[in-house]
Design a protein around this ligand. Structure first.
Ligand code: HEC
Ligand code: HEC
Length: 427
């Protein structure tokens, strides 16, 4: 009883002192500018690996046209367009590439209201079908109709994106360090999630893994950890984002015959020359991208690193995990400083998006890896925040496992909050 009273008193003192901070609150110093160290290959790669990494870089940077398989429906005409900040492989750039592509080569697309010149690039899911049953799939923003490289007679129309309540918007996740993430053993992930059970429990933090329905193994890529491997993600993205069918996803999503100019799979390995398919090349590139290196530390970021732990952020954002013994030396037994447990957590009503993927429910999201955060322009799955302080506050709505941790953050002195924010922007 005594303890409870003193705890209540202590927290009411804390509230009266800090709920209305005397000075200005913490300020996000904003994304780091200047030359980036991100987008480089892993250290210690063999000459062969480096050669495939470079081939992959070129394929990932290429722009597709209808003759290469673009469309009939698509979100953009290259991987790089959506994955370019602060270097090829990253995430949405400041200028939205989906504005110019809408009218490229005479295309007649309307630009949905939420696609802004200075906004993030989006992939859009529908929550429900017109009959009210769950949908959850990606609906392409644009069509090839009207482009000068489109077959005559192809006149498909865009879908209707005006029912805003039915949309779930997603910004691109960066692909730096994906090979390291893929190389973390299942045991390592499960042991990490089981560690600190007491501290997590006291903070109200749960967490579980999204898994693949067929083999039961952990899926770890995408905002809801819905996807199993880099190669599968590459195949799916080529079909879904760019509209190019391939050996992993061989069927067109839009079947209007008049719009077909190439047989499927439009992208495939060349068995006469032995040349790999583009999807393989994309995967080589992303697999061998190094994790984004942090900025040099300073006394403020050093203090912030400690506070990131003591407030409980590390209970989801695990600072580092070791990779397994895998076939490539540059990926084997490495430390991935990813700041994620790769588990999914309930994040509250305000972040819930009405979409289920695998076992992830509408309010469940993968702990976003925070490496590279210092160079990010848009934050959270739908890019709702540009400011890391706001991103922290977004963790705090009814039903979120992060509420106690956000309260701990709010109870810090303003100078401590500033140190934590500076630490985040050093990543
Ligand atoms: C229109 C923009 C857009 C284009 C074009 C695009 N992506 Fe993405 N990418 C996204 C979005 C949005 C996500 C997050 C998807 C999700 O989780 O719902 C993503 C996520 C990814 C991821 C998962 C990374 C992780 O760790 O979660 C990979 C891998 C990826 N994309 C590869 C590619 C490849 C390869 C291409 C080219 C074939 C491509 N993307 C083209 C928007 C795009
Ligand atoms: C219960 C687990 C959990 C805790 C605790 C937690 N986070 Fe998160 N964090 C997440 C998840 C899940 C996301 C992605 C949510 C989304 O996009 O909807 C996220 C996203 C973020 C992002 C945005 C990253 C991006 O890629 O856009 C930042 C920044 C962040 N967290 C910082 C923090 C800080 C700082 C703390 C401690 C004060 C913290 N988080 C505590 C789970 C957690």
């Amino acid at each position: 009883m005594k303890q409870i009273i003193s705890f209540a008193m202590a927290s009411s003192i804390a509230v009266s002192l800090y709920s209305q901070p005397p000075g200005p609150g913490p300020r996000d110093p904003g994304p780091r500018t200047g030359p980036t160290q991100s987008g480089k290959p892993l250290a210690g790669m063999t000459a062969g690996e480096l050669q495939y990494f470079q081939q992959g870089f070129h394929a990932f940077s290429e722009t597709d046209e209808v003759l290469n398989g673009l469309g009939p429906r698509f979100n953009l005409d290259s991987c790089k367009g959506c994955h370019s900040q602060p270097a090829v492989g990253g995430t949405s750039p400041a200028q939205n590439p989906q504005i110019p592509v809408a009218h490229k080569l005479g295309a007649i697309n309307r630009i949905p209201l939420f696609i802004r010149p200075d906004g993030p690039a989006f992939a859009v899911r529908f929550k429900q079908n017109p009959d009210g049953s769950p949908d959850g799939g990606v609906h392409n923003l644009f069509v090839i109709s009207g482009r000068s490289d489109t077959p005559v007679g192809c006149n498909i129309q865009q879908e209707d994106f005006s029912r805003f309540q039915n949309l779930s918007l997603r910004i691109p996740t960066p692909t730096f360090g994906l090979g390291l993430i893929e190389s973390i053993a299942e045991d390592t992930l499960r042991t990490n999630l089981a560690a600190n059970a007491n501290r997590r429990g006291a903070l109200g933090i749960g967490g579980r893994f999204n898994t693949n329905g067929n083999d039961g193994t952990i899926t770890r890529f995408g905002w809801k950890a819905q996807n199993k491997s880099i190669l599968i993600f590459a195949g799916e993205a080529y079909n879904v984002e760019v509209g190019v069918t391939n050996e992993l996803f061989p069927n067109e999503r839009e079947t209007a015959k008049a719009c077909m100019s190439k047989v499927s799979p439009e992208d495939h390995s060349d068995l006469s020359t032995g040349e790999y398919a583009d999807v393989q090349k994309f995967a080589f590139f992303m697999r061998y991208l190094a994790g984004p290196p942090p900025a040099a530390s300073n006394p403020s970021t050093d203090r912030g690193r400690v506070l990131f732990d003591t407030t409980g952020c590390t209970m989801c954002h695990t600072p580092a995990l070791k990779t397994d013994n895998v076939y490539s030396k540059s990926l084997s037994q490495q430390t991935a400083n990813l700041y994620s447990d790769l588990a999914i957590h309930r994040m509250g009503v305000s972040l819930a998006d009405g979409v289920s993927q695998g076992s992830a429910q509408p309010d469940e999201w993968r702990t976003a890896p925070l490496w590279g955060l210092g160079e990010r322009l848009f934050l959270m799955h739908d890019g709702r925040s540009r400011d890391v302080v706001d991103a922290i506050r977004q963790h705090d709505s009814p039903g979120s496992e992060a509420r106690s941790v956000v309260r701990n953050f709010n109870l810090l002195r303003p100078d401590q909050q500033q140190d934590l924010v500076n630490f985040l922007r050093s990543l």
